[in-house]
Design a binder for this molecule. Structure first.
Ligand code: BMA
Length: 357
């Protein structure tokens, strides 16, 4: 894939989108900003960065990323699972009030915000991973027995999203990433749990509801899971459409060898990169990581390498949940020097690199 050609075509797309839009919305402005930033490098992202780290629970102004390299992630990921049942905290025990203030702080410092949603299973009462029924998606669609309940759930999502834009004349731009990893079958919206038609209807129902509610500040991200079976046909089968998605990527976790991981991710990113070029979309590693960062040079040998080969807008490592499950940098870990090298490389962007751009 010719990186320069891709970047040039994105700039043309951004200009075309801006010209098309009667009034630029947060959605089109964010697209243009991301397309511009991609010319400068790949943004580093981290899920739940400021909420907790491996050695600390919530304390103001703490971040494992900052304590490792001196800067904050350019992209911060937030998870709203639990908002649908009006919980005070999300499924990972992060209070929504705190999440709101950290989202506003990230936007105020010029950083990028992305939100994912692992909603509970509306039919069985279980969690997002409850795949005991393949009727859940059908049940939330119009005419289904959980439709009314799901309308309430969407209303709660809308109320939280609205609270992130205290000034309605300047809405906070957000990369919104629902219904992810849908080519796998571990979430109730997964591949074996609904037909492509039902998946499409689920995507459109949420998106159209939020658009009618006025959320023109959401840039929509579509992210299947990495895999050797992620062919273009598999990808396209459930792709919501160019009018519905601006950014696409894969969730990519290394569970085996580095060589196997790189081989699969390269094949997936080549396919998606071509798709992005043809469809004027942005490309990202929407989630990524290797548990415990056991390889000491994962940052430079894997992520930086991929960032030099593909036009990745950002890569978001998942949360530093606990000793046996963390994906981001940790000060004093064996790979921390490698992360600092990754940080210093001019191809990577942290929040101070993107402020005002
Ligand atoms: C998963 C894990 C879970 C978490 C969920 C939502 O990948 O990290 O522990 O609850 O993401 O953040």
């Amino acid at each position: 894939m010719k990186l320069r050609l891709f970047i040039l075509s994105l700039a043309v797309c951004a200009a075309a989108m801006a010209a098309q839009a009667q009034q630029p919305t947060g959605r089109t402005q964010l697209f243009e900003r991301l397309a511009g930033l991609q010319k400068c490098g790949t943004m580093f992202g981290h899920q739940d960065d400021t909420f907790y780290g491996l050695a600390w629970q919530w304390q103001p102004n703490r971040s494992d990323t900052k304590e490792t390299c001196g800067d904050l992630p350019a992209v911060m990921g937030f998870e709203i699972g639990g908002i649908e049942v009006a919980a005070e905290t999300n499924l990972d025990s992060v209070p929504f009030a705190l999440m709101r203030s950290e989202i506003l702080a990230q936007a105020a410092r010029g950083g990028i915000v992305t939100i994912s949603w692992h909603p509970r299973n509306p039919l069985t009462g279980g969690d997002a991973w409850d795949v005991s029924s393949n009727e859940v998606v059908a049940s939330v669609l119009p005419g289904g027995k959980c439709h009314a309940k799901f309308l309430v759930w969407m209303k709660r999502v809308a109320a939280f999203l609205a609270s992130l834009s205290p000034d309605p004349t300047h809405k906070t731009p957000i990369i919104f990433r629902p219904w992810h990893e849908n080519n796998g079958s571990w979430f109730w919206w997964g591949r074996n749990l609904c037909t492509p038609k039902e998946y499409h209807a689920l995507w459109c129902m949420l998106q159209d509801y939020l658009l009618v509610e006025g959320f023109d500040n959401l840039l929509w991200s579509y992210s299947p899971n990495m895999g050797d079976d992620l062919s273009r046909a598999v990808f396209e089968e459930r792709y919501p459409g160019d009018d519905r998605v601006e950014l696409l990527g894969i969730d990519a976790y290394q569970t085996g060898t580095q060589a196997d991981f790189l081989s699969t991710v390269r094949s997936n990113l080549s396919m998606l990169g071509t798709f992005c070029q043809e469809h004027c979309r942005l490309l990202a590693l929407t989630e990524c990581g290797v548990k415990g960062i056991t390889p000491k040079r994962w940052w430079t040998e894997v992520v930086l390498q991929l960032a030099s080969e593909y036009p990745l807008c950002y890569m978001l490592t998942w949360r530093n949940a606990r000793r046996d499950e963390y994906f981001g940098p940790v000060p004093n870990d064996a790979d921390a020097p490698d992360f600092r090298k990754f940080y210093k490389d001019k191809r990577t962007l942290f929040v101070s690199d993107i402020k005002g751009k």
